[in-house]
Design a protein around this ligand. Sequence first.
Ligand code: GLA
Length: 422
Amino acid sequence: MYLAAVVCVLAFSRATLALDNGLMRTPPMGWLAWERYRCDIDCENDPKNCISENLFRDMADRLAEDGWRELGYVYINIDDCWSSHQRDKNGQLQADPKRFPGGIPKLARYLHDRGLKLGIYGDMGTLTCGGYPGTPMDKIDIDAKTFAAWEVDMLKYDGCYSNATEQEQGYPLMSKALNATGRPIAYSCSWPAYQGGLPPKVNYTQLGEICNLWRNYGDIQDSWSSVLTISDWFFENQDVLQPAAGPGRWNDPDMLVIGDFGLSLDQSRSQMALWAIMAAPLFMSNDLRTLDSRARAILQNKAAISINQDPMGVQGRRLLKEKSGIDVFWRPLSGNTSALVFFSRRDDMPYRYQTSLATLKYTSGSYQIYDVFAERVMPTLKASTDFVVSVNPTGVVMWYVSSPAGEKHWTPTSNALPNHFL
Ligand code: GLA
């Protein structure tokens, strides 16, 4: 099948089923506390890292001042362990008064003043996963109204301490309750992660109608094995997952752990590349105050971000899983362009992988290639011409591939970033 035909089929086979709140037409980007900061509530001994308004304000300052916001990283998301163990006298959730002395509304204002958005965390069971008050059925209305009154912009609704029947009712009910507040609040559902992630239990059509994004699978940890397990699961199940995604409705393989302790430089590039191919939400969970420059460069790579944020919103796929340990991934992008990722599972040395665009089902013609992490325009490449990419162990080579020459999107002789990424 011709590439263009594949693009059309993928683009038009999806009806406009997304949750009707107009939000997240491209995958959301920002920062989320959980993976790095967990349920650290010890502000006395660990004031810089405990879950408190100071932590979220610090991260907001970094997003606003270090060039993140301009690249699209606008959400600052609170996760578990933010609340007091008791609801207030009116039955409303309340932030822990010691750790959030200004309350959530003040934090929301702080973020909004800086052009950022605030996400909060709730759970449809009796308790959150960390043991704080949950939002079971009879609390959905009051909590949705509270979040709206606090000017919250996003809710992650977890599923601990609830059963399948409750989830079936609760997740759609919260969607309705959020819509009924009149405030656009993006809705992240952990529901499929509690259903085993796949049909027959998961109805992805329904998820697309009620949620903007959903956690399909288990929690990410700060290690390469965790990143690899998650990405393997998503691509092994791509026939189910890939058609579920589109503008306003995204599969969520969980946070970016780039800049933490577990990934090498190559593995960090791999996570960024694979999350871009998957059209995944880009929520960093790291310390933006001390991030090293190499992690920053990967997370701020304009071409990788632009691929992730492509307006057509078609999730990519794994094309090939070679015996050599090389996987090839592909994502169709708007303007008849695409992204390719060559990924190595090897652990010996850079592997010289030989192929051609024709082998990867590209239609005949000449292509302009931009190497995303080398930040370099490559010589024009004919579909029929064999080429070799050298892929580091657990690393990637990521290409942005333009339409055939004649419909060029940038001047191949210039080493500047293609217009597409500016
Ligand atoms: C679950 C979720 C995580 C995080 C924790 C908080 O494990 O999947 O992302 O929110 O709960 O307790």
